[in-house]
Structure formats: C-alpha cells, structure tokens
Design a protein around this ligand. Structure first.
Ligand SMILES: *Cc1c(COP(=O)(O)O)cnc(C)c1O
Length: 383
C-alpha cells in the first residue's frame, strides 16, 4: 500500500461495530474485565487505550517498524528513552541538537550518570574517534535543527552495528514520508509528533518507533511505569493530522524550495540552509537517503538589525516557536529553541544573532514571499 493511502486509512483496526469511519475517542481511564483473569485487551489507559493503540500502530506502519509508543510530547519520549541507559553509560550525539534534547542531556541525564559527547556527525569519523568501552548509543538528528546539517544514516548505522551500539534517529524534520531511518539501519526512531505528524500547531505529542521485539518490550515497561502517555483525545487529533501528512509535506516542500531560491537571491540574506539546494553540503546524501528535502529551512541575514526587523515586520508568518504546522512560523533560535545552550557553544555552531529558522506552512508561496519581501525591504517594497 502506498504511503498516502496508509496515512488516510491508518492501521485499519476496528474497535466497534457501528461502522464509524472516524476512529472513536475512547475517553476512558479504565476498562472492565469480563471475568476473573480475563481482559478485553485493555485494562488501564496508562498501559493502553484503543484510540492510542490505533495511532501507535499507524505510526509504526508508516515508519516500517514493529511497534510505536505515543507520548505526551517529544521530550517525554526522549526522557523515557534515556531510562534505557544506566549510570556510567556513554552516548555520542549530534552537536547541532534540538535545544530541548541538549537541555535534557546536560542537566538531567548527566546528573543521572550518563555521559555525552556532542560531535559533528556529518563526518562519521568524528563518532568513531569518540568511541569508548562505555559507549552504548549514538543519537543523531538529520537534518539538524536549526542548521540543517545532514548525517549519512546508513554509514552511522554500519559503525553502530560493528560496535554493538544502539542508533537513535530524531526524524521530526522529515517524517517517514521523506525518510525512514529504521530501513536504513536505525534501532529507534523518535518524533516530536507536535510538528509534522500532528501538523496543525494544536497538539503536543511524541513517538518512539522500533523494529525489535526486545526493545519494544523494554520501552513498553518504561512507558507504563513512568506514565508519560498520550491522552485519547490528543491521540485522535494525531490520527486526524496524519491523514493529510503526505499532501501537506508535498506542498510544504514545494513552497520551501521556492522560498529558499528567492532568499538566495536577496542581498540582505547572506546564507540559506536548505538541503534541497544543490549548493547545500548535505545535498548528495539527502538525495541518497531521503525521498524529499522537507519544509524547513534556516537563513542568515546581513545583520542582527535585519533579523530583528524581519521578525517584527512579518505579518502572515508568525514569530513563534515550533514547526511543521499548517501556519508558517519563523523562529529566532538564539532567543527561543536554543536559548539554554551556552553562548560560546551556540555561536561556534553558527547559531548567532543573524540566524532565523522558517517552518513553511500551507499558505500560498506568493503570499509568503511577499510577506518576507515587505518585512525585509518595507511596505512598498521597491528595492
Ligand atoms: C520539537 C522537537 C523536539 C521536542 O518535542 P516536543 O513535542 O516539543 O516535546 C524534539 N526534537 C526535535 C527535532 C524537535 O523539533
């Protein structure tokens, strides 16, 4: 079955006999037992709920996995994932990491005894030289947030398999529509479902997807124990969001490409980071491992003043955190998503006061470009 059909029909599981086309929201905390020692398959919603199960099986199918777990947010998913590790374990992660993951690793996982090395994973050798006997996992984001660096998943997976390491891939930016890390050798795929999977800037959610029974069982145990599960109603919103995932991403990618090209021609814009531009250093790897470049891009203005002007003057595009929804959002990583990363580290990674990140929504490309143009050059806009 093709991806777009899977998005609409999901896992196709039926939970009632009414013929309801939309999956019912089973707003129940608990489920009555038909007899002693018997269960309908559902006992208590922290462990499982039919609406959430439907969503999980759908996401698992989309990623080509065996099991998916739906969490109350992306960070809840990553926090639970970290419980797989023990004090003394060492993890190598991409240096240009989502700010929240960085905060979790450096403030909480670290306190719990996990050790991290953050490296530029676009070069596999940088991972190899940091391997230690205690290394247990490699955690990558590709493309990265916000610099759009691309890591070769299959190459990192080979290194991980040779060294018995777990490979974790944050697939939030591209979603399984454009990139399927499990099929490239990853062990765990994670998502902030808040972004493209939900797609409407209205719900928080997170996912872990695996293709191994043992790993699925260990994560299920942690999941029901720590309790960071997605509610039935939010599960339903995600099911609904996913129905249009393929259509949304096709359009968002097309518009992102047009905007990236337009920005590249503006003299007030010094650099555009979009993996779909042949000038992007990750272009070739992207073509090899993904079926599309996505709807996210970042760019650098000629000055801090221009960046501020742009943020203050955009009107259709909203100056807000988050990404992947139908409304276009512009973010100032140094003040928002990456504010907790020490300044020196942040600037060394290119996240300075001229860097802006744009999540392209479903508005018309012409309207979005017009909004950027008037924000950059003023009302009547003749440059
Ligand atoms: C937003 C985001 C997260 C965290 O997800 P939440 O749903 O906000 O908790 C993790 N990784 C990436 C790449 C993200 O963009």
């Amino acid at each position: 079955m093709e991806f777009s059909t899977l998005c609409v029909h999901g896992c196709s599981k039926k939970y009632d006999t009414t013929g309801s086309v939309s999956v019912p929201i089973f707003q129940s905390a608990t489920f009555a037992h038909p007899g002693v020692g018997l269960s309908t398959g559902f006992d208590y919603s922290r462990s499982q709920n039919p609406t959430r199960e439907y969503l999980e099986q759908t996401v698992s199918k989309l990623e080509g996995g065996l099991d998916a777990l739906a969490f109350s947010s992306g960070m809840a998913a990553i926090t639970t994932l970290m419980e797989l590790f023990s004090p003394g374990d060492h993890i190598i992660a991409t240096d240009d990491l989502y700010g929240g993951s960085h905060r979790l690793f450096s403030h909480i996982s670290n306190k719990n005894g996990l050790m991290f090395d953050l490296v530029d994973t676009t070069d596999v050798q940088n991972i190899e030289v940091r391997l230690r006997p205690e290394t247990k996992a490699v955690f990558i984001e590709t493309p990265t947030n916000p610099m759009m660096h691309v890591t070769d998943i299959a190459a990192v997976s080979k290194l991980c398999k040779d060294n018995n390491l777990m490979l974790i891939v944050d697939n939030t930016f591209l979603t399984p529509y454009f990139q399927k890390p499990l099929l490239l050798g990853a062990d765990v795929v994670l998502h902030s479902g808040t972004k493209y999977l939900g797609g409407h800037n209205d719900t928080l959610a997170g996912f872990l997807v695996v293709s191994d029974t043992g790993l699925s069982e260990r994560l299920r145990f942690l999941y029901k124990t720590t309790g960071s599960c997605l509610s039935p109603f939010d599960s339903w919103l995600l099911i609904r969001g996913i129905k249009t995932l393929a259509v949304r991403l096709d359009r968002q990618q097309k518009t992102a490409f047009q905007i990236a090209e337009w920005l590249s021609k503006q003299n007030r814009i010094k650099a555009v980071h979009y993996p779909g531009l042949p000038s992007h250093p990750g272009y070739e790897i992207s073509k090899k491992q993904t079926s599309g470049f996505g709807g996210m891009l970042s760019f650098e203005t000629d000055s801090k003043e221009t960046a501020h002007l742009l943020l203050e003057r955009v009107s259709l595009i909203q100056y807000a955190e988050s990404l992947g929804g139908v409304e276009s959002l512009i973010t100032y990583p140094m003040l928002q998503t990456h504010a907790d990363i020490p300044q020196e580290l942040r600037e060394a990674r290119g996240i300075g006061d001229c860097l802006l990140r744009l999540s392209v929504g479903l508005e018309s490309a012409d309207d979005l470009i017009e909004d950027l143009r008037q924000a950059l050059y003023g009302g009547n806009g003749n440059v």
